[in-house]
Design a protein around this ligand. Structure first.
Ligand SMILES: Nc1ncnc2c1ncn2[C@@H]1O[C@H](COP(=O)(O)OP(=O)(O)OP(=O)(O)O)[C@@H](O)[C@H]1O
Ligand SMILES: [Mg+2]
Length: 260
């Protein structure tokens, strides 16, 4: 099934224009005499509702690309357009709003705030988004229940397993209903069983909420199991872009069969 057909099947929030377009994207760092070309002329489009994996060896520029798409960093040159907005044109405040409402991010190291309970962690982006206080608590609890953490609402991150922390981080990333989920090695610190649990949740969000997913991973096998498309980086350059026939065929059959 083409991704257009998929959008029809999964209904919500999908449009034909690319969700993300990077054009000749560069992020160079000057370190004394040397220039590090972390991202070096990447041109790339991701369709709304697509699930893309970014692969490449350590230092190839994967996190740098993801951070530019997330609006956490600004390009040295080139542009990133997300849902028809050129991130370079956004003011600091607009960029902050973009990060709060349009993107959700998860990291290898979970990045939960240690002094806060899970419910408080998940509530935090709603506080920033000025969601009414009365609504926040029940929305946070609902989000944690959705990821199976109803029994852990008042625990602090240090009292949880890695998988539970990552599930909480997912709930937090998704609490403001972003259209875009950016994940940087989301299963990198998890055993394979727990990693599969997290990936199945990410797939759910992609398939049933129509969320666009860009996931950085070292693991080709993981990418092949979940992503519709594999993009390869080396030395900051895009060196490969493959459609993943196994996942696309499973989506076509409507069974997610290639992704046990
Ligand atoms: N703030 C920085 N200052 C200088 N160089 C940097 C900075 N951030 C990243 N780099 C360099 O840019 C290159 C790309 O880094 P990046 O973190 O994007 O790689 P990666 O593909 O995510 O690697 P890994 O798989 O190890 O996470 C690396 O050579 C890195 O050393
Ligand atoms: Mg990285």
């Amino acid at each position: 099934m083409s991704s257009t057909d998929r959008s029809a099947r999964t209904s919500t929030a999908m449009i034909a224009t690319p969700a993300i377009h990077a054009e000749q994207l560069c992020r160079h760092y000057r370190m004394g005499e040397t220039l590090i070309r972390a991202v070096d002329g990447v041109t790339l489009s991701v369709k709304a509702g697509e699930f893309v994996a970014l692969l490449g060896s350590s230092g190839s520029g994967k996190s740098s690309v993801l951070n530019l798409i997330a609006g956490l960093d600004r390009p040295t040159s080139g542009s990133v357009i997300v849902q028809e907005r050129d991130l370079a044109q956004l003011s600091r405040e607009e960029l902050a709003r973009y990060r709060l409402h349009t993107v959700g991010m998860v990291f290898q190291s979970f990045n939960l705030i240690a002094s806060m309970t899970l419910a408080e962690n998940v509530e935090l982006p709603m506080r920033f988004a000025e969601v009414e206080r009365g609504k926040r608590d029940s929305l946070a609890r609902e989000a944690l229940t959705r990821v199976g953490l109803q029994g852990r609402m008042n625990h602090r991150p240090s009292e949880l397993s890695g998988g539970e922390q990552q599930r909480a981080a997912l709930a937090r990333a998704l609490i403001n209903r972003p259209q875009l989920l950016l994940a940087d090695e989301p299963t990198g610190n998890l055993d394979s069983h727990t990693g599969t649990e997290i990936m199945n949740m990410v797939r759910e969000f992609n398939q049933h909420l129509g969320m666009t997913v860009v996931m950085v991973t070292h693991e080709r096998a993981l990418a092949e199991r979940y992503a519709q498309r594999l993009i390869f980086l080396a030395d900051g350059k895009l060196v490969g872009d493959e459609s993943n026939s196994a996942v696309n065929a499973a989506d076509q059959a409507g069974v997610g069969g290639g992704r046990p």
